[in-house]
Design a protein around this ligand. Structure first.
Ligand code: PLP
Length: 388
C-alpha cells in the first residue's frame, strides 16, 4: 500500500544529512561540554559553533541563544521565567485565544499562582488584531505572548506590529515560532520580539531539542536549577548530538527554504482549490493567504474528524484532526471554536501539512481517496441525513 505522510506539522522526519552531522557526537566526540579536558573542549566547540549558526539564522547574537529540550520547554521558560522575574512590576499577562497548549496551559498555571491573564480573541481567519493587544495592556502588564503561526490552521500573525506596541510600552514580547522557523523567514529584530521559541523536530532536526531566544537585557528567572550551563540560565548536561543536529537542520533550511516554500505553496493551493471542488460543503479554516506554506485545514460538514482520519489511515494517508474525541474530553479544538466554528463543524476538521519530501503524487493520492471516504461517512451520518 502507498503510504503518504501529510502530518509534517506534528513532526517531520530527521534529514539524513542531519543524522550524519550528529553521528560523531554519540561515540567519537561524546564529551561533556563542561569538562576541561580535550573531550570536553571538542564538545564545547561543537556547541558554540551550533549556537553561532542558530544565532545567524535568527539575526541574533550567540549569547542570546539558549538550547532547551524543545518547544514546550522554551515556551514554559519564556512565560514563567519572565513573569516571575518581573513580578515586582506587575502580574498581568496578555496572550491570544489560539496559542498552543505549551503557552495556554502555562498561563493557566500562572493564573493559579496569582497572575491575571487577558486572552485576546481572533477574527474568523484566526488573526489577532494588534489594536486588541494594545487595548488589553494595563500598567500591570509584564508580558505579551502571541504565537507566530498557528499549528492547526496555519494563520501567520502580525508579530512585528504587536512587537512595536509592546516595545513602546516597555513590555516583554514572546512569540512561539515553533511552526515557522525553517518554513518562513524569522528574524528577531524584524519581528520586534524579546523571546522566541523554536523546536528542532519541526524543521527536519531531531526531537527533544529546541531553542529559546532571549534578547540581551531581558530579565528572566532560570527555569532548570542545577549547574551553570547556558550562561547560568538553564542547567543540565548539553545534548550535543541534538544541538549539532538542530544547527545542521537550520543550515539546510537556510539553503532549501525558498525553493521548498514555492513547491509547498503550489501543492497547498492545489488542495485548497480542489478539495471544495470535489467535496461539497467544506470550509477552509485559517487565513486564505496569510498562512503557512505547508498548511491546509478544512472543516468537512456532517462527519467527524476521527472517522475520516481512521479511514484515511486505512489507505495509507496520515493527517491530523483538531477534534479530540479520542481523548478523555469531548471538546473540539479550541482554535476552531475561537475562529467561530460551531462545535459540530469544529469536530469535522482535517489538517494536512506538507514538508520536504511531499510530492505532487501524494496530493493526487489524497484528492483521489478523500472524496469517496467523505461520501461513505456522510451516507452513515445522521447529521447528513437530517440536514436542511
Ligand atoms: N508550539 C507549537 C506551535 C507547536 O506546534 C508545538 C508542537 O506541536 C509545540 C509548541 C511544542 O513543541 P515540542 O514538541 O518541541 O515540545
Amino acid at each position: 500500500m502507498q503510504r503518504v505522510y501529510l502530518d509534517y506539522a506534528a513532526t517531520a522526519p530527521t534529514d539524513p544529512e542531519v543524522i550524519k552531522a550528529m553521528e560523531p557526537y554519540f561515540f567519537e566526540k561524546f564529551g561533556n561540554a563542561s569538562s576541561l579536558h580535550s573531550f570536553g573542549q571538542e564538545a564545547k566547540k561543537a556547541l558554540e559553533d551550533a549556537r553561532e549558526k542558530v544565532a545567524a539564522f535568527l539575526g541574533a547574537a550567540a549569547q542570546e541563544i539558549i538550547f532547551t529540550s524543545g518547544g514546550t520547554e522554551s515556551d514554559n521558560f519564556a512565560v514563567i521565567g519572565t513573569a516571575f522575574a518581573r513580578q515586582a512590576k506587575g502580574n498581568h499577562i496578555v496572550t491570544s485565544a489560539i496559542e498552543h497548549h505549551a503557552v495556554s496551559e502555562t498561563v493557566k498555571f500562572l493564573e493559579k499562582k496569582g497572575f491575571q491573564v487577558t486572552v485576546v480573541g481572533v477574527d474568523k481567519d484566526g488573526l489577532v488584531d494588534p489594536a486588541d493587544v494594545k487595548k488589553a495592556i494595563t500598567d500591570k502588564t509584564v508580558l505579551v505572548s502571541v504565537m507566530h503561526a498557528n499549528n492547526e490552521i496555519g494563520t501567520i500573525q502580525p508579530i512585528a506590529e504587536i512587537g512595536r506596541i509592546t516595545r513602546e510600552k516597555g513590555i516583554y514580547f514572546h512569540s512561539d515560532a515553533v511552526q515557522t522557523v525553517g518554513h518562513v523567514p524569522v528574524n528577531v529584530d524584524e519581528l520586534n520580539v524579546d523571546l522566541l521559541s523554536l523546536s528542532g523536530h519541526k524543521f527536519y532536526g531531531p526531537k527533544g531539542v529546541g531553542v529559546l531566544y532571549i534578547r540581551k537585557g531581558t530579565r528572566i528567572e532560570r527555569f532548570l536549577h542545577g549547574g551553570d550551563q547556558e550562561f547560568g540560565k538553564r542547567a543540565s548536561t548539553h545534548n550535543i548530538p541534538g544541538i549539532v543536529g538542530l544547527a545542521k537542520a537550520i543550515e539546510l533550511c537556510r539553503e532549501k527554504m525558498p525553493e521548498e516554500t514555492r513547491a509547498q505553496i503550489k501543492l497547498r493551493d492545489k488542495m485548497i482549490k480542489e478539495i471544495p471542488e470535489k467535496i461539497p460543503e467544506v470550509m477552509l479554516n485559517g487565513h486564505p493567504t496569510q498562512r503557512l506554506p505547508n498548511n491546509v485545514n478544512f472543516s468537512i460538514k456532517y462527519i467527524e474528524g476521527e472517522s475520516m482520519l481512521l479511514n484515511l489511515d486505512m489507505v495509507g494517508i496520515a493527517a491530523s484532526t483538531g477534534s479530540a474525541c479520542t481523548s478523555s474530553s469531548l471538546e473540539p479544538s479550541s482554535v476552531l471554536l475561537a475562529i467561530g466554528r460551531p462545535h459540530e463543524i469544529a469536530h469535522g476538521s482535517l489538517r494536512f501539512t506538507l514538508g520536504r519530501w511531499s510530492k505532487a503524487k501524494d496530493v493526487d493520492y489524497l484528492l483521489e481517496n478523500l472524496p469517496p471516504i467523505v461520501k461513505k461517512l456522510r451516507q452513515m451520518s445522521p447529521l447528513y441525513e437530517n440536514k436542511e
